[in-house]
Design a protein around this ligand. Structure first.
Ligand code: ZN
Length: 474
């Protein structure tokens, strides 16, 4: 039986307990989101890995990364995600895509670049690419990338304004450039029109939290010297990055030597095109001297191992790029030459391809491959101050990955687990700019069933338009 005195003591005690609890809560800083209890792979300057780590996020940025106990003591959040038993990584960065080309996935395989482009891709594009095509293909690509833990991608295609709109609506981050090329394409019939489109596009999206608008002259062999200079001038005027394909095949280098008396890199340098806002896809065939030049100029490089293997374009000198600390990231290229947008496969392929070709299993370690998909990839896009690692002040692009799937068991070394055993399907939760866009494998900003139905409808049209053989012949 509780006496009156007992009741008063209990009451006094609960008031005291409530008061201390509330003041402890008050002493804590309120944030929007806390991810706690996971193994945090930061990719910061010292590549710190925190067992039982936590991250506090506010207004789209990381405000603290520490042990869970330390974060729990200092922060309280409206939303808390339990990442126990999981690994928490910076969002992956796909440095080179043509995202709507997901709709051409598998349309023509097993061909070299020139035949593939001129006989299949360019005709299929001429007959099918509209703004609606681009929107449908982009949503498919965005869903595929987010589901596999990619939070930033760098793209060049047509109707890029529609791509930016879809990307922004899906809550994903993109460095997006309207392709400019010296022949009429779906959205712009002349180079001048394309350049004017690019300027409007850049002015419209500049300053957006998720979209970095860029200008994307296709390649030194499809855009004239004057037009390349005009693209560079637009970049100088606006500060927008330039996305371009450089030195993809041996044939491109040989043709350039014949036609211009210089390799693609030497030629672009001679006309004053290269600088630290350029993002160069491929760079398969640079000489040692050219790599020194690219380093001096601060040109970002994107290595696309699976696309280069599939088109037999050659093997970029990535071990040397890493030795020289060049900003080299990883890309998938368009889904028609890959045929997916999965960075986990690019990491695995990059590590293995260079071991094989160098006859040296020590080159491109798992940790280096992971770095290329994160912080080094951010350097390639000239965004290393904003993304690529989990650090105080950076944008909160964070991915939570299972660590207990069959293919990951047992676990000894986190980088080995991530690069050699983890699959895209092990990605659980994806956060971009502090916002959860996939939770426990369910996309929150895109509808997968609608996306697949729309894509299948386009397949029917594309088959009719270019006469694709859909069943193998005898
Ligand atoms: Zn490309």
């Amino acid at each position: 039986m509780i006496t009156r005195l007992g009741i008063s003591i209990i009451l006094a005690f609960s008031v005291f307990a409530f008061a201390t609890g509330a003041s402890a809560q008050r002493r804590k800083t309120m944030v929007d989101l806390i991810i706690r209890g996971g193994t945090v792979v930061t990719m910061d300057g010292s590549h710190r890995v925190i067992e039982d780590g936590a991250i506090a996020v506010k207004a789209g940025r990381v405000v603290a990364v520490d042990y869970t106990k330390a974060i729990d003591g200092r922060y309280a959040a409206r939303e808390v995600i339990n990442a126990a038993g999981k690994v928490v990584i910076p969002g992956l960065i796909n440095g080179h895509t043509h995202v709507p080309m997901t709709l051409f996935r598998g349309i023509a395989d097993d061909l070299d670049l020139q035949e593939w482009l001129t006989k299949y891709i360019f005709p299929a594009e001429a007959k099918n690419v509209t703004e609606d095509f681009v929107r449908v293909g982009t949503r498919l690509g965005l869903a595929e990338m987010l589901r596999s833990g990619t939070t930033t991608y760098c793209d060049m295609y047509y109707f890029e304004d529609a791509i930016a709109d879809e990307t922004f609506k899906a809550g994903m981050r993109g460095v997006l450039g309207e392709t400019v090329i010296d022949f009429p394409v779906a959205d712009n019939k002349t180079y001048e029109q394309a350049l004017a489109y690019s300027e409007r596009f850049i002015n419209h999206w500049r300053g957006n939290a998720l979209i970095v608008p860029a200008i994307a002259p296709h390649a030194p062999y499809t855009v004239s010297e004057d037009h390349l200079k005009a693209a560079r001038a637009l970049s100088d005027r606006t500060g927008a990055p330039i996305v371009i394909h450089i030195s993809e095949t041996k044939r491109e280098v040989d043709d350039s030597l014949k036609a211009k008396g210089a390799s693609p890199v030497d030629y672009l340098n001679r006309i004053g095109f290269l600088n630290n806002r350029v993002i160069a896809a491929h760079m398969v065939w640079p000489s040692d001297g050219e790599l020194d030049l690219l380093k001096k100029l601060g040109v970002g490089i994107v290595h696309n191992p699976q696309s280069n293997m599939k088109l037999a374009s050659g093997v970029a000198p990535v071990p040397r790029m890493l030795r020289e600390n060049l900003p080299v990231g990883l890309g998938t290229d368009g889904a028609a030459s890959n045929n997916d947008l999965n960075l986990w496969e690019e990491m695995d392929s990059a590590a293995k391809l260079h071991k094989l070709i160098s006859n040296d299993p020590k080159v491109v370690t798992a940790e280096e491959a992971f770095e290329m998909a994160t912080i080094r990839g951010a350097r390639a896009l000239h965004l290393e101050k904003e993304i690529g690692s989990i650090e105080k002040g950076k944008r909160a692009d964070i991915v939570i990955v299972d660590l207990e799937s069959l293919n990951q068991t047992p676990s000894y070394n986190i980088y080995s687990d991530l690069v050699y055993s983890t699959k895209a399907g092990d990605v659980r939760t994806v956060i971009v700019e502090g916002r959860v866009v996939m939770r426990d494998r369910r996309l929150l900003t895109l509808n997968e069933e609608t996306i697949k139905a729309d894509a299948r409808r386009y397949r029917e049209r594309i088959v009719k338009s270019v006469g694709v053989k859909t069943v193998p012949e005898d």
